[in-house]
Design a protein. Sequence first.
Length: 286
Amino acid sequence: MSKKENLNLILLNVARKEHDADWNWRGVNSPFARIYMVEGGLAKVIMPDGTHTIEPGFLYLIPAFVTHGYENDSLFTLYYIHVYDEQNIFDRLSFPFKVTANETDAMLIRRLLTINPGRELKRSDPDTYDNHPTLMRNIAQNEQFPFYTVVETKGILLQLFSRFLEKASFKQELVDKRIIKVVRYIREKINRNIGIDELAAICYLTNDHFIRLFKREMQYTPIQYINQKKIEKAQLMLIIGEKSIKEISYDLSFENISYFYRLFRKITGMPPNKYKEKSQIERSEN
């Protein structure tokens, strides 16, 4: 793996959980990664490459956007950590499913739980948390913790992730370093009005060649990708900030608020005012 790769890991959930034949789900596909450490008992995780038994003595990683399932028919205890990666490293790297755990790993996970109280899932059913409003609300929880806790949390997550990074490898689908550089640029400049000309210039390509290359590597056109990331940022701003919808649209360089409304609804399924109202209701219920 390149030393220039960046990781910005954000904690969503962490908890110790006991199951008794009730950890049985199919078709789980989340926009975040999961790390598991089993404390006692056995269970099965159904991955695209087959069914795996998970047991004490190992750390397990399920990347974002990997469809999987669970099977459990007895008493079973585990620690779970849900992590959002702003850099989409799973788009670029393949990771091992498990690595041998050591006492330091266990200590780090227990410390992560201690400094992040109240971060457990309210319900175990993935349908209740595998959605953008809940994802953005969980990201927003980090604003409620002291800065030193957020820093320590990120440090622990990086240490745990490093255990898998050692055996990670680049995927064949996304190997073009020019596109990796462009994706980073988009994320850093997401508040700006980003043009195709400046992105193509980063790659030293013509506009047409750049657009074809970007779509081949990312399965989106550059504009589609930029819009997706802008709306994700808008979702977060609506939940954690006090700015009006109009102010948020301008902060993200949407000169036409009507277009912002249409794009937000197309991507999230609801207009921004309804999204904010729904998020506030969900937050009060939790």
